[in-house]
Design a protein around this ligand. Structure first.
Ligand SMILES: [Cu+2]
Length: 493
């Protein structure tokens, strides 16, 4: 089937057919001649790209022909710079990438190519997957133009060869490595590093708050949560497919939720409003695992609202170094039931990067592997956690982190609630047609508030005028004093 496409590791990329993609709104379809986005770099200078994957699906490998990329940040957080040939973006991820104008002044292709290498004749189970290479190209392009070069034709460039002497490095692979003969090596996110300056900033921030717990170095108050993304019952987390509440959760009296029957959800799966309570001001460790899938499986990019997080570890399956194909799942995580909707570590302690883990807000959870992240629960609220693949999210691969439930501030008095909007559609239409002169029926309470506001407003104006007059008089006296001093200084010259 055309849509069943796989990457080198044999893992399916997407369930949907690729047609085309856009860079800043421009791209081509079936080799038409539509104009492309063009970016200018000064010869000998550099250009900083801020790239975000805003699409719902498909990973893209970003590169510029004959140029190395320097990755300097991800999701808005600085990283120790890494020089690479290309960087892979999953939905929701972003990178800051610097490109130096050090090549011959010319036009060069900018490429964003999916990870497709062919179609699956058998997509899973993955240790039996068969991906047959074909000539389909899933790539969107833009143009890098050196200053002074006319952009009146397409570039005529190709990617540089990756050789044993001059190998290629790829940032943020969803798998452990490429086939050996490609001379291409992965720098996975767990191998990226936060810059020293940002770690110092993090520590000083904690110190400023008189909080003795360092997010990175202290583990005494870690709250650990395992989250399963292995399609146990399709798009779900821990056997639960998410059903959204009927109103924002801060309006708890109005929000109708579907409670999760924990044991049933873990045993056979369920649809419910999955909410996980997390305590205030603790180090929260999420182990997001994607192993022991019962059927289909793919890589996910998981995003958390309300927090950035440190990426402390990632685990990958073993793979065949000749073909790049997946062989055996990672076994660091041990399932506690048949669907693997609950899990723990097989052996502890796990090796975590507690020295300089990078900060992100969206991270890959590799197929047949896992990702460990930590954040400090110092931001009370309801925070959505979801896969950034739109299909997975809409099908239910999401949940709500209810952080410090006893510390949520109340909504402001009078803040709109679901159901507050009492106009009929006819009244609303009439208001629109009246061009803003809205025919709102004022209540007695509204009238009292209006009168009170007017009285307070008038009083405030009187007080402000009195204070302003007093200040002006004082300033005039002060100005006169200043002039006197200047005059006295004249004879000294
Ligand atoms: Cu997903």
């Amino acid at each position: 089937m055309r849509s069943e496409t796989g990457a080198y590791d044999g893992v399916k990329i997407s369930s949907r057919v690729y047609n085309s993609a856009l860079i800043n709104g421009r791209g081509r379809f079936r080799n038409n001649r539509a104009p492309l986005s063009t970016f200018t770099v000064p010869t000998g200078g550099s250009v900083n790209f801020r790239i975000i994957h805003v699409g719902p699906d498909y990973p893209f490998r970003f590169s510029v022909d004959q140029h190395e990329l320097t990755v300097t940040a991800s999701d808005g957080y600085d990283m120790a710079p890494r020089s690479v040939q290309s960087a892979i973006l999953y939905p929701g991820e972003s990178y800051n990438i610097r490109i130096n104008g050090s090549a011959d002044p010319d036009l060069y292709w900018i490429r964003a190519k999916t990870l497709r290498v062919g179609h699956c004749t058998k997509c899973y189970p993955y240790n039996e997957a068969n991906v047959v290479p074909d000539d389909a190209i899933e790539e969107v392009r833009a143009v890098l133009r050196y200053q002074g070069v006319l952009a009146n034709s397409d570039p005529n460039t190709s990617k540089r060869n990756c050789s044993a002497e001059y190998p290629c490095y790829v940032f943020n692979c969803p798998f452990a490595g490429y086939p050996e003969h490609l001379n291409t090596f992965c720098i996975n996110i767990n191998k990226a590093e936060a810059p020293v300056s940002s770690l110092e900033g993090e520590k000083s921030k904690v110190t400023d708050n008189d909080d003795e717990h360092s997010l990175i170095t202290e583990a005494s108050d870690v709250t650990g949560i395992f989250l399963n993304f292995n399609f146990a019952i399709g798009s779900s987390v821990n056997g639960r497919r998410f059903i959204g509440p009927t109103a924002p959760l801060y309006q708890d009296s109005a929000a109708v939720i579907v409670p999760c029957a924990k044991e049933q959800c873990l045993r056979s799966g369920c649809r419910c409003t999955h909410i996980i309570d997390i305590p205030y001001n603790k180090t929260i460790q999420l182990v997001m695992y994607n192993t022991f899938a019962p059927a289909s499986q793919t890589h996910h990019s998981v995003h958390i609202h309300g927090h950035a997080f440190h990426v402390l570890a990632m685990g990958y399956p073993s793979y065949n170094k000749t073909t790049g194909r997946y062989v055996q799942p990672n076994t660091d995580v041990k399932c506690k039931n048949e669907l693997c909707t609950d899990a723990t570590w097989r052996d502890e302690p796990l090796l975590l990067n507690l020295m300089n883990p990078p900060l992100k807000d969206t991270v890959l959870v590799p197929a047949n592997g896992y990702t460990v992240v930590r954040f400090r629960s110092d931001n009370p609220g309801h925070w959505f956690l979801h896969c950034h693949n739109d299909q997975h999210m809409n099908e239910g691969m999401a949940l709500v982190l209810q952080e410090a439930a006893d510390r949520h501030p109340s909504p402001p008095r009078g803040f709109p609630r679901c159901g507050d909007f009492t106009w009929s559609s006819e009244e609303y239409q009439r208001a629109l047609e009246d061009n803003g002169s809205l025919d709102i029926q004022t209540t007695a309470l509204d009238t009292k508030v209006l009168i009170l506001s007017t009285v307070v407003g008038v009083l405030a104006i009187v007080i402000i005028l009195a204070v302003a007059g007093y200040c002006i008089l004082k300033m005039k006296k002060k100005d006169a004093s200043s002039l006197t001093v200047v005059a006295e200084s004249v004879p000294l010259k």
